[in-house]
Design a protein around this ligand. Structure first.
Ligand code: CTP
Ligand code: MN
Ligand code: MN
Length: 502
């Protein structure tokens, strides 16, 4: 799969020396200890050339390139955060020792004819959160290999790389190569946590989970703006077909593969094939394909929250309903809306989900429902193998959402003024003493959950899943009523839901 590195290594950009640049590069130097670099960003090249010439004429050393030799960086960027994002992506070792200065320091120095002492008013302060503040007491920010020790908001500064990694991960998943699939998912997750954008490969040196292959892909993207390996996958018929088939509700990689091997390539191929029996979920998946393949907006998720909350209140005044999944993590869009519903009294949750389904049915908004009764049995825990599904009662629904119920109307409504859309909704109903574990497990992201379990197992000799936390050393279950309790048991700094977008 991985093609040989036909790509030359990234070379340090060398600026061609202009006549001015050669003037008194070292002759007439008066201040040996100060090495200035003027950032061209926002300053522009002609103004930079002029200021460089001016400073050199006054005996300053002005470095053409930004390297670790520079002591004073001068910038005319007004946005400190975007400047720092850029600087941190440059892979400088010496950045913490450098003065990052506004133009006032430079003009003051020119006026005085010497480098003036750096004062607070000259500094462009770093406002970015430091990485993994929670886990590293030292000022040197190191990034943990575990997503549960990183803070990852929905702001992704490295989307060009993570999008590529996700294509690669998916392609390996389709080929059932779990190892490389996971490696790319981990690599993507690390880059998502960075408060800055990677600008050169050097900036990735101290980052965990980035292997040779990941770095080669990044190098291509840095140099050419795209990865040829990724482009090859995207144009591959098998990849495209599996991607299309698995976009249908109820169709996983296994079924997709089966259809592909039978020579089917499109939805019409599948629907025209008499020997293919679609299960109920897949039938609904095709029926509502247009709607449920379209992203659900936050406003739509809120509207569904209100609808379900009202339906729950018809059944009982004593219920707990919580939004979970991607929307709890602060995402603007999702592929579905996830809720936890239970009762404050243990054992009373038994019929809650079936009653709720009945209620939605009566309201005429239930377009599809697959209900799975609880198979939860505390005596069968702890489970040493992580199972894809937990044992709580749950249902996978498609609900009808009216345009009039959504603040600002339906998202991305088609032309022709549809008055409603179909939306995927997941409901899970754990007993109240399992609530914290279920909430933590269903909030995600998937990568965050994977690393929580991996951290528990590898670093703490504990087993974590959506039901419980088991301490293998003490041979006992650890109780928790909130997510904070679970983080505390694991000896982890608490990570807020909106920081779990790993
Ligand atoms: N989950 C789970 N068991 C399931 C289904 C989901 O534990 N049977 C968890 C997943 O691990 C995930 C969370 O529930 O962390 C939400 O799943 P999902 O809705 O698929 O993903 P989201 O993160 O909500 O992303 P999206 O916005 O695309 O829905
Ligand atoms: Mn979801
Ligand atoms: Mn879901």
């Amino acid at each position: 799969m991985f093609h040989s590195p036909i790509v030359p290594r990234v070379r340090k950009r060398k600026r061609s020396k202009s006549p001015e640049a050669s003037i008194s590069r070292h002759e007439g130097v008066k201040f040996e200890d100060v090495r200035v670099h003027l950032l061209e960003r926002k300053m522009g090249s002609s103004r930079r050339r002029f200021l460089t010439h001016l400073a050199r004429s006054k005996g300053f050393i002005v470095e053409d390139t930004l390297s670790d030799a520079v002591t004073h960086v001068v910038s005319e960027e007004s946005q400190a955060s975007s400047l720092w994002k850029w600087l941190k992506g440059c892979g400088l070792k010496n950045l913490p020792m450098m003065h990052i200065l506004n133009i006032i320091w430079f003009t003051d120095s020119m006026r005085e004819g010497r480098p003036v002492a750096v004062e607070t008013r000259h500094l462009i302060q770093d406002t970015l959160p430091t990485m993994a503040e929670a886990t590293t007491p030292t000022p040197v920010a190191t990034v943990s290999q575990y997503a549960c020790q990183r803070q990852t908001t929905t702001e992704n500064n490295n989307k060009i790389f993570t999008d590529a990694f996700e294509v690669l991960a998916e392609s390996y998943e389709f080929n059932e190569m779990e190892g490389p699939c996971l490696a790319f998912r981990r690599a993507a997750s690390v880059l998502k946590s960075l408060p800055w954008a990677v600008q050169c490969l050097g900036a990735t040196e101290d980052l965990p989970c980035l292997g040779e292959h990941s770095k080669a892909v990044m190098e291509e993207i840095l140099q050419y703006g795209r990865s040829f390996e990724v482009e090859k996958i995207l144009s591959d018929e098998r990849y495209q077909t599996l991607k299309l088939f698995t976009s249908v509700f109820g169709v996983g990689p296994k079924t997709g593969e089966k259809w592909y091997r039978r020579g089917l390539r499109s939805f019409s191929d599948i629907l025209a094939e008499p020997s293919i029996h679609l299960n109920r979920m897949q039938q609904s998946g095709f029926l509502h394909y247009g709607d449920i393949s379209r992203a659900v907006s936050k406003a739509e998720a809120q509207a569904l929250g209100n609808i379900i909350d009202e339906a729950v209140h018809v059944i009982t005044t004593d219920a707990i309903l919580a939004l979970t999944g991607g929307f709890r993590r602060g995402k603007e869009f999702g592929h579905d809306v996830d809720f936890i519903v239970t009762t404050p009294e243990l054992g009373k949750e038994g019929h809650l989900l079936t009653s709720l389904i009945d209620q939605l049915e009566q309201e005429g908004i239930l377009l599809f429902c697959e209900h799975q009764a609880s198979t939860f049995d505390m005596s069968k825990l702890p489970s040493h193998r992580f199972e894809a599904m937990d044992h709580f009662a749950k249902c996978f629904l498609i609900l009808r959402l009216e345009n009039s119920q959504v603040v600002g109307g339906l998202h991305d409504a088609e032309e022709g003024g549809r008055s409603w859309r179909a939306v995927r909704v997941d409901l899970v109903s754990p007993p109240i003493d399992r609530y914290a574990f279920a909430l933590l497990g269903w909030t995600g992201s998937r990568q965050f959950e994977r690393d929580l379990r991996r951290f528990a197992r590898m670093e703490r000799r504990m087993l974590l899943d959506n039901h419980a936390l088991f301490d293998k050393t003490k041979k006992e279950f650890l109780a928790a009523t909130t997510e904070k309790d679970i983080f505390a048991h694991l000896g982890l700094e608490y990570i807020e839901p909106w920081q779990r977008n790993a």
